[in-house]
Write a protein that binds this ligand. Structure first.
Ligand code: AGP
Length: 614
């Protein structure tokens, strides 16, 4: 996901642009650049790699000008080279872009036929030449942008700077977010409120299809039909969140340790703690009694949260749940009965695949509920109702606190569904809510395993492959553990349903293969549970020399006579909430293994914090 910033300032802007881009580093990028007007002339500085390379470039070749645009690029079209770094420019305009222009090839052919000379392999440069073409044909800058936008197919956010125009910036959005910032005699553009936080907390988000003409005196917004519109101006709390690492080495470490607090905030938002009952603060635009099927869709870690919720909805509310990753769900043309519920889970609220599937569900007349960490995001704004997770900005690319907050919100929703449908008694609800209320404390207890996990991670850092196994709601946690490890340590890891081991993966087991088994002791008077079946799987692993890393509780540790490489013992807790708490050790395993590997934990290679392209 790229980052965009624009400043219509009164002081030199080059340094401010770079500072704003630093607040967008969390999005993941591989090159960066800025452009300003120096005595009316468009001037650029760009660099491959991290922002410090751009800063070095600017220190060697200072850049004046009180108006400019900046960009951090996550390469989609064209390698992460300086020539492909934004801003892209002609002699008339400079432009920065987040997203994808799907029809860039045909536009490029058309423009080259008209004499345009391209200097990069990017889709973005097409936009610069398309608007320039309009200006060469006599259009003023705003009219040239207005004429070009309808020709662009894809999802994008754009910011334009024009040669000779010292008091003009233009922004446009179609799919990727873009915000306007209001200053004192200054105006700003940014991908999100975090980018604008150094300048202002007064922002307005453009809607899909909007474009905006900014001068130092203010802004005029136009909708997709070029009608003048007003967009709500709001106070952003992004600046309230100190997006620093605190006393941690990495954002990911800070965010792992924030979980007791933020999961507690999220639970408090949806529970009447005193009354030990669920109390959703929002009115649901549907009645769970009329819902016959829940469809769920998300990507990556958010998808695994949905997988856990599938078990909860089916168990607590007796509601069938169909769930698929968004990139598949969208193209399956799954049949929907109108009037059912579609649930989407997304930390960023900007994931293109998830948003596209949400729009498909709307077309299929589904009620749309989204669990998001950014209430002003596109997914939030296109949902009938949202359940915000109160995780605060999640900066580390690997999702941690957002995941456990998603689980907390989904657990509350599943209980509410069960109560509404009359399949969960008040006593059941009280017991489940009591278990949830204890979760923040259990997470704190789980975090005390960190020293043991730090030692374990030194072994894991020497491995090439790791297998994660789990049953029931521990199965999605096995999947999440594998994703966490692979995405930040680059060690190959796979999550599997423990019962599937004998259907293939057992062929992988040997002394060099650590097997992480997520297995709370879940046998009770009411339920047989799956722990004993998982112990059988452990025996299959042990018999082949596999190194077992068992994550369980005191009862599970006591019941397991098998020798393990390491047993991590979490506190006793209700089985229902184990997926939330058992996420902590798998997060810590991934984190400390990655630290041992020396990888870029917060911004792993090839990854972006939010994938706003399909
Ligand atoms: C998780 O650690 C990954 N960074 C990634 O799988 C992420 O969960 C996925 O891209 C979905 O993002 P979202 O929650 O912002 O939609």
């Amino acid at each position: 996901m790229c980052g965009i910033v624009g400043i219509l300032g009164r002081e030199p802007v080059a340094g401010q642009l770079v500072d704003a881009l630093k607040r967008l580093e969390y999005r993941g990028y591989d090159s960066a650049g800025v452009a300003t007007l120096e005595a009316g002339a468009l001037t650029r500085r760009r660099a491959e790699g991290k922002l410090r390379n751009l800063e070095l470039r600017i220190s060697r070749e200072p850049l004046s000008g009180t108006i400019g645009i900046g960009h951090t690029r996550w390469a989609t079209h064209g390698k992460p080279t300086e020539s492909n770094a934004h801003p892209h420019a002609t002699d008339r305009i400079a432009v920065v872009h987040n997203g994808i222009i799907e029809n860039f090839r045909e536009l490029r052919d058309e423009l080259e036929a008209k004499g345009a000379k391209f200097a990069s392999d990017t889709d973005t440069e097409v936009v610069a030449h398309l608007v320039t073409q309009g200006m060469k044909e006599g259009l003023k800058p705003a009219d040239a942008v207005k004429a070009a936008l309808p020709r662009l197919r894809g999802a994008f956010a754009l910011a334009f700077l024009f040669g000779g125009e010292e008091d003009l910036l233009i922004g446009a959005r179609k799919g990727s977010p873009l915000a306007i910032g209001y200053g004192e005699g200054e105006m700003y553009l940014g991908s999100d409120a975090i980018a604008l936080a150094p300048f202002t907390d007064t922002i307005a988000y453009l809607e899909d299809g909007d474009w905006a003409v900014l001068t130092r005196n203010g802004v005029q917004v136009y909708d997709a039909a070029n009608r003048k519109v007003e967009r709500q101006v709001q106070k952003s709390n992004a600046s309230a969140f100190l997006v620093g690492k605190g006393n941690h080495r990495h954002f990911m470490a800070k965010e792992i340790h924030e979980q007791p607090e933020v999961v507690g905030h999220t639970l408090a938002h949806y529970l009447d703690m005193a009354g030990e009952r669920v109390s959703l603060p929002m009115t649901l635009p549907f009645d769970f009694r009329s819902i016959e099927r829940v469809s769920m869709s998300a990507c990556g870690t958010a998808y695994y949260a949905g997988l856990v919720a599938k078990y909860w909805f089916e168990r607590f509310a007796r509601l069938p749940v169909e769930i698929d990753v968004a990139s598949e769900f969208r193209y399956r043309e799954a049949p929907f009965a109108p009037g059912n519920l579609a649930v989407f889970v997304s930390q960023s609220g900007e994931t293109a695949d998830t948003l596209a599937t949400l729009r498909y569900a709307r077309e299929q007349k589904q009620h749309v509920l989204s669990i998001v960490n950014v209430p002003t995001s596109t997914i939030a704004r296109e949902s009938d109702v949202i359940m915000p997770t109160l995780a605060g900005p999640e900066i580390g690319v690997a999702s941690t606190k957002a995941f456990t907050c998603q689980l907390a919100a989904l657990a509350c929703l599943a209980i509410a569904a069960g109560r509404a449908r009359g399949v969960l008694t008040a006593e059941d609800e009280r017991n489940l809510v009591r278990a949830l209320i204890e979760v923040p404390r259990h997470i704190s207890e789980a975090l005390r395993l960190e020293p043991e996990i730090e030692a374990l991670a030194r072994d894991l850092a020497r491995c090439r492959d790791v297998l994660y196994l789990g049953r029931g709601t521990a199965y999605p946690i096995a999947l999440e553990g594998a994703l966490k490890l692979k995405e930040i340590s680059y060690i190959h890891a796979e999550g599997y349903a423990a019962g599937e081991l004998k259907h293939g993966p057992i062929a992988l087991i040997d002394e060099s293969m650590p097997v992480v088994i997520v297995a709370p002791y879940d046998k009770s008077a009411r339920r047989e549970g799956v722990f004993e079946k998982t112990v059988s799987n452990m025996q299959e692993v042990a018999a082949r020399g596999g190194r077992i890393i068992l994550i369980t509780d005191p009862k599970g540790a006591q019941e397991t006579s098998l020798p393990t490489h390491k047993t991590l013992v979490l506190p006793d807790m209700a089985t229902t909430v184990t997926p939330i708490v058992y996420a902590i050790p798998v997060q810590l395993i991934a984190y400390h293994t990655a630290v041992n590997m020396g990888t870029d934990v917060d911004q792993p290679r090839n990854l972006a914090k939010s994938v706003t392209v399909e």
